[in-house]
Design a protein around this ligand. Structure first.
Ligand code: ADP
Ligand code: MG
Length: 713
């Protein structure tokens, strides 16, 4: 039977209903999905490999002789390590086992018997060895195969082993090829030439493939699944030309979506403002400091955008403490003088309040009317604000998500500023626009994001970078220590307080043990109060009522408190320049960007600032490593890159809304070059044919629709 990419897998040879169901659970519904179930890695079985030639991280097979089998106790535990020492004429290597695969396993290997060892070479303290390899006897009649082989290794799906999967994929190609043969025969018979090969559509148009020297997709799929030993090295790195083509495709889908969104947005109309800078200049004059060059430049870019008559979609990236808030206030002033309303949306109520206080302080003297709305307010209070918003009696409204609820109707909303929300992606902006609003958007990131991510999640935005900190900022001295040294840390804390400074002590909040951690913060607070009666210590955590939280924050801001013991509720945005010491407890439980955010709470004034990372007893290697990165780096962009390397994009951003969930082969850290290529290609296409009307782009149009569904839902 001839099949194509959308034929359900059940119709493949060797797949019955049961296998079909298993595959379906992993999203493999049809043959196309199966072909995109890519090998996880490859096993390099080139013949005649010598032990002396082995390299760390290679997956290999060697034919060797057993030299010795022995076992050894592991430390003082009752557990044992087994070792099969093998060798050939070039050297020796140990095969280590930390458990017995099955009873009698090691008895199978007598000294000097010939075996095949298959597995990954690992470098353990400078020595190469195998851990848990497969060891099989070489049978007497087995020919000394000189055949070079490289075998695809698939992730197992329950009972479907890697070799079973390999068979299925081979069958799929066979059946697909039959279809091709049938078509050729038909062409020969009728003299008619078909345009495409049945079963394979290459959505990427030929002119793009040629321009960027991409190989044919069908060929790429084949090479990845039916690998050729000549490409072994590139295949093993998942960077063969075939891999590159398939990775390109994954990026291209996303980039095309972003590129087309960007052109769509540019076609929309938005309030067109004019160059009125009186309020802006007044604000600048009222500041106790000079704007940094980067702040000026960012604002200029924004003001330009606002005068174009099309929605601005701009991202302001700036490290913690670089003064993004002020840039947003300048933008709000500009809109206000033009007769429009603005809103600033932030993730937490504490932050909303702080912005509100700031905005009032700076803008009210200029006659800009500032409002405030958060979820925790009484219904009546909210109602009042809603009414003022609708009547146009508020020029700038600061708030949380409550700002975009359905009953909020602005009179003349023109500018939506989204602060400290690196998760506020394409999807949410699309939601707002779906409400018939096409305001100008200004997104300010909480964390600097690596270039690759800026090109993906925020790929439809223009970017301004604040790459300059206000004058006089000193680097924050960061040190890691262990909880056993806590007394010293508290001594240091007291010294700083004595000098008139303030400090934060932050505890992690981990979901499964929320109560425990809360207890930690509460206990610490109590302990400090008892131990140091002259310290004024406040407590802040997520379980408190909004009004209580505000009260504590206000006390701390007004220097009525010396120390603020808190869970991570203060993670983003909080700005108290007199605070110069941040103590992070159980620092091993935080991710890098979170640590960087927390550290960014200090170093905001003229005082020399410190960050102490207190590691718990249970700190692992990763936790230590993160602490060391924090000691060494202060640049948020560097730290974000390291974070992305360690955690991968999914965790870095929360995958679903980032639209990155669909990547099967692509790796944002490794494949930056391909991402850039795909982005260029996508913009090429959109520029040439914005509506994808050209018949050559029909498959692209379909792919784009699918992508849109996935991201926007
Ligand atoms: P972030 O970029 O982290 O949001 P903020 O906007 O909270 O930073 O600014 C951090 C601190 O720096 C605030 O106290 C703010 O008043 C101050 N600040 C902003 N711009 C300047 C400047 N140009 N010179 C000096 N201080 C500034
Ligand atoms: Mg901020």
């Amino acid at each position: 039977m001839s099949v194509n990419l959308s034929t359900p897998v059940q119709y493949l040879k060797g797949v019955g209903p049961k296998l079909g169901q298993l595959l379906g659970k992993r999203g493999v519904e049809n043959i196309g999905d199966l072909l995109e179930f890519y090998p996880r890695t490859y096993e390099d079985r080139r013949a005649m490999r010598q032990i002396a030639d082995l390299q760390p991280e290679q997956r290999v097979q060697v034919r060797v002789q057993v030299i010795k089998v022995r076992s050894q106790n592991l430390g003082r535990t009752r557990r044992k390590m087994y070792e099969v020492l093998v060798g050939d004429s070039s050297g020796r290597i140990a095969c280590k086992f930390f458990r017995v695969p099955y009873r009698g396993y090691f008895e199978r290997f007598s000294e000097q018997s010939l075996v095949k060892v298959t597995g990954k070479v690992v470098d353990y303290r400078g020595k190469l060895e195998f851990h848990h390899p497969t060891i099989e006897p070489v049978l007497p009649d087995e020919d000394e195969s000189d055949e070079d082989l490289i075998i695809p290794i698939y992730t197992e799906i329950e009972t479907i082993s890697s070799s079973k999967m390999q068979k299925l994929v081979e069958n799929a190609f066979k059946q697909l090829d039959e279809g091709v043969k049938e078509q050729r025969a038909k062409e020969f018979e009728t003299g008619y030439k078909f345009n495409s090969i049945p079963g394979f559509v290459d959505a990427v148009p030929k002119w793009i493939r040629e321009k960027y020297s991409l190989m044919d997709r069908r060929q790429a799929l084949k090479q990845v699944h039916l690998p050729d030993i000549k490409q072994a090295e590139a295949l093993l790195e998942l960077r063969s030309p075939a891999h590159q083509r398939l990775i390109f495709d994954e990026f291209f889908g996303l980039e095309l979506f972003l590129a087309s969104r960007k052109t769509e947005v540019q076609k929309k109309a938005a309030p067109k403002m004019s160059a009125k800078f009186q309020l802006v200049d007044e604000l600048k004059r009222s500041l106790p400091f000079e704007l940094t060059g980067a702040q000026k430049k960012s604002f200029e870019e924004i003001a330009q955008d606002l005068q174009k008559g099309h929605p601005m979609h701009r991202l302001v990236q700036g490290d913690v403490g670089s003064g993004k808030t002020l840039v947003s206030l300048l933008a709000a002033c500009f809109a206000c003088e033009n007769g429009y309303q603005s809103s600033i949306m932030v993730p937490t109520e504490i932050l909303a309040e702080q912005h509100y206080i700031n905005a009032k302080k700076y803008l009210e003297p200029l006659g800009v009317r500032v409002g405030y709305i958060v979820g925790g307010m009484k219904a009546k209070e909210k109602q009042e604000v809603y009414e003022k918003i609708a009547a146009g009696e508020i020029d700038l409204c600061v708030g949380t998500h409550a700002l975009i609820q359905k009953d909020v109707a602005f009179k003349k909303l023109a500018l939506v500023i989204i602060d400290e929300q690196h998760r506020f992606g394409v999807q949410q902006r699309a939601e707002l626009m779906d409400k018939g609003l096409s305001p100008h958007f200004l997104v300010m990131t909480a964390t600097p994001i690596p270039r690759t991510l800026a090109m993906t999640v925020y790929g439809d935005l223009d970017v301004s970078v604040i790459n300059e900190l206000p004058k006089g900022r000193q680097p924050i001295v960061t040190r890691k220590t262990f909880s056993s040294k806590k007394d010293k840390v508290l001594q240091f804390l007291n010294d700083q307080i004595a000098k008139g400074r303030q400090a934060y002590i932050v505890y992690p909040l981990v979901e499964e043990s929320e109560k425990m951690d809360l207890k930690n913060a509460v206990d610490e607070h109590k302990k400090l109060v008892e131990q140091y009666p002259n310290l004024r210590v406040g407590l802040l955590h997520g379980k408190m009522k909004p009004a209580e939280k505000e009260q504590v924050m206000k006390l701390f801001r007004d220097h009525q408190l010396d120390v603020l013991v808190s869970t991570t509720v203060i993670e983003v945005g909080v700005d108290v320049p007199n605070a110069n010491l941040m103590i992070i407890e159980h620092a091993e439980r935080f991710g890098l960007s979170q640590l960087h955010q927390l550290r960014g709470r200090v170093g905001r004034g003229e005082h020399k600032s410190y960050c102490v990372l207190v590691l718990g007893y249970a700190v692992g290697e990763d936790g230590q490593k993160r602490a060391e990165i924090m000691e060494q780096h202060s640049d948020g962009f560097k730290i974000a890159e390291k974070d992305l390397e360690i955690r991968g994009p999914g965790e870095f951003l929360g995958t679903r809304q980032s639209g990155l969930a669909g990547f099967k082969l692509a790796n944002l850290v490794r494949d930056l070059d391909l991402l850039q290529l795909a982005r260029k290609a996508a913009f090429d296409v959109v520029e040439k044919d914005p509506d994808l009307k050209d018949p050559e782009h029909i498959h692209l149009k379909q792919a784009l629709e699918r992508h849109r569904m996935r991201v926007i839902g």
